[in-house]
Ligand binder design. Structure first.
Ligand SMILES: Cc1cc2nc3c(=O)[nH]c(=O)nc-3n(C[C@H](O)[C@H](O)[C@H](O)COP(=O)(O)OP(=O)(O)OC[C@H]3O[C@@H](n4cnc5c(N)ncnc54)[C@H](O)[C@@H]3O)c2cc1C
Ligand code: FES
Length: 422
């Protein structure tokens, strides 16, 4: 081979290498499909199109954290009983659209519109259920207790929604769900927390517990869980497992009416209800944030008990399921002294608001005006009512945005004389 020919081959090889490296560099530093467009430009050949991928931002009605407005369809992907008596059942939910789940804070709830639970033409049934697992999973979980008729009125029909879930909702069904909401949640952090759950009020506590333990902060967490006995004890082995695995988690289970075969020290630690004396005896002397969810009598005993113990207001957080809100001493004092005439136009009822009720919803009910309600916490929109005249103030900022000219009665009070369409 002639030296000139050899030089030519070497030069060509270098050129090919430079070309290959340049292409690699370009492809690495620009989008692949942009590169193809440029490569084919001017050749008359149509380059392959970049497929359109949905991003959360692209979906109308979805916000950046994946939250959505209105109702979204979810498949029921699993149904699992959580207690011996099979009265508490967990439902696992995945979005039908396949898009990501919205973030939520431990303690928040989902709102369901259960069209299948009511007759055609009846008003939609709206109910809220707390997310019972920590955030970050690949599905949502709610755990629902079957509600029987009141013990003293067995002739009444049992709870509509809870029994509908237990009896009719099955794996593969589609449910209409509003995005997670609610102000009762645990923030991430390291400050010691005391979680208190009574009966089915364990659900938001479980979500808080799991999140606090998963956050690897070694945060001191206490869980006081009150139930009647082992038949009602939900997710027993799961919670016991967590207590075994985490030294920073202190579990105190209280049975108010243990069965003969329930073993103290094994199934439960304390005979009786969760009460302030038990908290004072059990908790080491230090500052705690308290989160309480349970039936009204439990809240009515523990919340004032904590206030008397000197726990500052802002460290006492609580939620009641259903029609129960308790009057905090501090709130009662603020409300006193204001009197307004409130008229429910459709019902033809007027009454004087003097601040003894916490919300307009409570006020309406105590004056015999029936108002639809779901969460009673400004999250579901069921109690949205048009304001004909006057103005309201909100006790807490609602998660649900009412239409202009309307208000959510469950979290508001009158600011002046008021006429509402109810
Ligand atoms: C924020 C929030 C979170 C919640 N989280 C959970 C949760 O995680 N798990 C859970 O199980 N629940 C939870 N709940 C409660 C849940 O939303 C429902 O309130 C509960 O399931 C009962 O609804 P229901 O439709 O079954 O009963 P309803 O139909 O509302 O009936 C309630 C009770 O009233 C009785 N009743 C029926 N007719 C009458 C009448 N004429 N007069 C008097 N009483 C009557 C029924 O027998 C029943 O005992 C939560 C509630 C809220 C607000
Ligand atoms: S009852 Fe849910 S917003 Fe008022």
């Amino acid at each position: 081979m002639q030296p000139l020919q050899l030089f030519g081959y070497i030069f060509l090889a270098i050129l090919v290498q430079v070309a290959i490296l340049s292409v690699v560099a370009i492809v690495r530093h620009m989008k692949f499909f942009d590169f193809l467009k440029r490569f084919f430009s001017g050749t008359g050949i149509k380059p392959p199109e970049e497929p359109v991928l949905d991003t959360i931002k692209d979906i109308s009605g979805f916000s950046e954290n994946g939250s959505w407005s209105g109702l979204r369809d979810f498949y029921v992907t699993n149904k699992v009983f959580e207690d011996k008596d099979k009265n508490i059942c967990s439902f696992y939910l995945s979005p039908v659209d396949g898009k990501p789940l919205a973030d939520f804070k431990p303690g928040q709830f989902l709102t369901f519109q259960l069209d299948g639970a009511v007759k055609d033409g009846d008003a939609p049934l709206v109910r809220c259920y707390s997310l019972s697992d920590g955030p970050g999973g690949d599905s949502y979980r709610v755990s629902i207790k079957r509600v029987p008729p009141p013990a003293d009125r067995p002739e009444l029909p049992p709870g509509i929604s809870s029994n509908h879930f237990h009896d009719n909702v099955k794996k593969g069904d589609v449910l209409k769900v509003r995005a997670p909401s609610g102000h009762f949640f645990l923030e991430r952090g390291t400050s010691p927390v005391v979680l208190i759950g009574g009966g089915i009020g364990i659900t938001p506590m479980l979500s808080m517990l799991v999140d606090a333990l998963n956050s690897n902060t070694n945060r001191e967490v206490w869980l006081f869980y009150g139930v009647r006995n082992s038949s009602e004890h939900a997710m027993k082995s799961h919670i016991e497992e967590l207590a075994k695995e985490h030294d920073n988690f202190h579990l105190r289970v209280c049975y108010s009416a243990p069965k003969d075969w329930d073993k103290k020290g094994v199934d439960y630690q304390h005979k009786g209800r969760v009460d302030i004396d038990l908290l004072r005896l059990s908790l080491p002397f230090q500052v705690y944030d308290f989160y309480i969810c349970g039936p009204r009598p439990m809240l009515e005993s523990i919340v004032p008990g904590l206030e008397d113990w000197g726990v500052p207001d802002q460290r006492i957080n609580y939620e009641a399921f259903g029609p129960a809100s308790i009057n905090r001493r501090s709130q009662k004092q603020e409300a006193s002294g204001e009197e307004f005439l409130v008229t429910f136009a459709k019902s033809g009822i007027s009454a004087v608001w003097n601040g003894s009720e916490e919300t307009l919803l409570d006020f309406a009910e105590s004056n015999g005006v029936a108002i639809p309600s779901g969460c009673r916490a400004g999250g579901c929109g069921s109690c949205e009512t048009e304001i004909i005249e006057g103005e309201v103030a909100y006790n807490q900022s609602p998660d649900f945005d009412p239409e202009p000219g309307s208000c959510l009665l469950c979290v508001s009070r009158p600011k002046k004389n008021l006429v509402v369409e109810a």
